[in-house]
Design a binder for this molecule. Structure first.
Ligand SMILES: [Zn+2]
Length: 197
């Protein structure tokens, strides 16, 4: 087994560049694996792999690790913190949820809230989606704590968020891809009192 190191040129947003160490193993025939070790990424490859294959597999494994890591669930505490930031940034801090949490029993809505309780629930299906999408759904529910329904006053609250259209497009794409009935985040229709979506 020998080692070589080179910088990770595929710097990802939010992530510091990290070193990649490639380890070749004669025992390893086909499989490639990778893991993080401190601030380095170790990629294990078969000894006989060519330099081109090595470069290709390193990229594949870095993407795979990054995807796994982005899917890692923000905890409920992280969600609450994010909600506070979004409220401060876009709603003048006026939306103050008492609780923000993930739920797994919500498959037809991306988010919901109960203004009387100040509670917000986000579907676990959002986990792994881009941050700007999760932020949009969270901000949408925060805005519902201030304004029920989807009238002009509601959308005015969201005007400051620059990626509303993009996020809605992303979610519509997800729904279309899953061939589910059309259930956009804002398509909750006339919400029942206390359960605006
Ligand atoms: Zn809504």
């Amino acid at each position: 087994m020998n080692s070589s190191s080179f910088p990770d040129s595929l710097q990802r947003s939010g992530g510091a560049p990290s070193a990649v160490e490639v380890r070749r193993s004669a025992r390893r025939r086909r499989t490639v694996s990778a893991y993080r070790e401190g601030d380095r990424t170790v990629v294990l490859i078969p000894a006989r792999m060519s330099a081109d294959e090595e470069a290709r597999w390193v990229n594949v494994m870095l993407d795979k690790l990054a995807a796994q890591e982005s899917r890692r669930m923000l905890g409920d505490a992280d969600l609450a913190e994010r909600a506070a930031q979004l409220s401060a940034q876009y709603l003048g801090g006026r939306a103050r949820p008492a609780s923000v949490r993930w739920v797994t029993n919500q498959n037809t809505r991306w988010g919901s809230c109960t203004p009387a309780e100040g509670s917000i629930r986000l579907s676990h299906r959002l986990q792994g989606m881009p941050e700007y999408v999760v932020d949009y759904v969270l901000l949408h529910e925060l805005a519902h704590l201030l304004v029920p329904g989807h009238g002009p006053a509601f959308w005015q609250l969201l005007e400051g968020y620059p990626r509303t259209e993009r996020a809605r497009g992303f979610l519509e794409g997800v729904v279309a891809a899953e061939r589910l009935p059309h259930l956009p985040v804002t398509g909750d229709g006339p919400a029942a009192p206390g359960s605006a979506g």
